[in-house]
Design a protein around this ligand. Structure first.
Ligand SMILES: Nc1ccn([C@H]2C[C@H](O)[C@@H](COP(=O)(O)O)O2)c(=O)n1
Length: 182
């Protein structure tokens, strides 16, 4: 009798701990990436997630216009020196996450953001007591306001690390959960 019968393989796979579960940092960064999918910005969609020391998500945000400023009326274009520049209106993902924390203390929390924070969000990060930042893209690293961010984060000892995901992809398949019903 072979030890590798399909029945035995199924029994083994369903009675021991799953091995390909998501690790914490990938889980929180994936949460930020999922949140970014809510953004209406046609160029850059950013998501952020704040996590406390017990690994609880305390807030989530993405970049968008302030509440009741219509996505259809305010401009998504970049027009320097014009009132039609999105920069004048967009609330960044990190700022939205901080504002969405609903009064919870953010002291000693960790922020996961899909894009390195700008100088304005960095001021909020520092003032709210966030102690660690994980980011993925740093596509604006050369810009003055992002260099100012690095300067502030380094000066105050907020640890800022590029997240290297353990896996390349996470697929969210809405149909898969329904297969058990069939
Ligand atoms: N750390 C960041 C940086 C930028 N954003 C937002 C602000 C805009 O909506 C968009 C950047 O647009 P782009 O200049 O690439 O056309 O991303 C943010 O939320 N967090």
């Amino acid at each position: 009798m072979s030890d590798t019968s399909p029945d035995k393989a199924v029994a083994e796979a369903t009675s021991s701990k799953r091995k390909d579960y998501l690790h914490w940092d990938d889980y929180f960064m994936a949460t930020s990436l999922l949140s970014a999918k809510r953004s209406k910005d046609p160029v850059t969609q950013v998501g952020a997630c704040i996590v406390d020391q017990q690994k609880r998500i305390v807030a989530i945000g993405y970049n968008g216009f302030p509440r009741n400023c219509s996505d259809d009326e305010f401009p998504w274009s970049k027009c320097r020196d014009s009132l039609e520049d999105k920069k004048l209106y967009v609330v960044h993902a990190e700022a939205n996450a901080i504002l969405n924390s609903n009064g919870a203390s953010l002291v000693d929390t960790t922020l996961y953001t899909t894009l390195f924070p700008c100088n304005e969000c960095t001021k909020l990060i520092i003032q709210s007591g966030i102690k660690q930042v994980f980011y993925m893209s740093n596509k604006y690293a050369h810009k003055k306001n992002y260099r100012a961010s690095s300067r502030m984060l380094n000066a105050v000892g907020v640890v800022c690390t590029r997240h290297v995901p353990a896996r390349k992809q996470i697929v969210i398949d809405f149909d898969a959960i329904l297969q058990d019903d069939e």
